[in-house]
Design a binder for this molecule. Sequence first.
Ligand code: 5GP
Length: 202
Amino acid sequence: MEKKGVLIVVSGPSGVGKGSVLKELVSLKGVFISISATTRSPREFEKDGVDYYFISREEFEEHIAKNDMVEYNEYCGNYYGTIKSKLIKLLKENEVVILEIDVNGASRIAESFDCVRVFLFPPSFEELKKRLVERGTENEESIKKRLNQAFIEVKRAYEYDYLVVNENIKKAAEDILNVAKVESLKIKNQECRIEEFIENRF
Ligand code: 5GP
């Protein structure tokens, strides 16, 4: 059995600070963020292999036919998803791979892939509202919509393995790394160590 990294699937409501916590995590050694593939065209400042893997519809459907998508969805006429072979390669090369996805995507991944699910939680409803308002990217109507959606998503936090409160970005990133550490110590993630010991007995 080969050594592999831990896959951490992270979800959380809009405004909780996923982007900032992920940025903090990616600056740490041994942590890699999984990149989705999409059939939509890149926006002006987006780069292939950084923001997404921008691929054609034909290529995406080939991955589906080969059972090479961990999870995918069609949104506004375009496919979005995670390529299984790329994720497996990432897990061989990195100790921790983070995959950010919504609650529906997370449950689809957990059905077919060994992973730990972390729900990033706001300190309070009031604080979530405050962050959405202060972000300044949404109008009142959109904030209302996002808060309603947050309510729906929070009720699904029970499906997750861990809940990390984003009171402080550094602390939240540290907590997620601690989850990865504990997971990596599980026997199922250290079988190669045991096998190697047994194989090399004299
Ligand atoms: P955008 O086109 O704005 O980058 O993304 C559109 C939507 O696709 C967002 O809601 C985003 O969360 C979702 N999305 C991005 N990557 C994936 C993925 O790998 N799987 C699924 N199911 N949705 C994704």
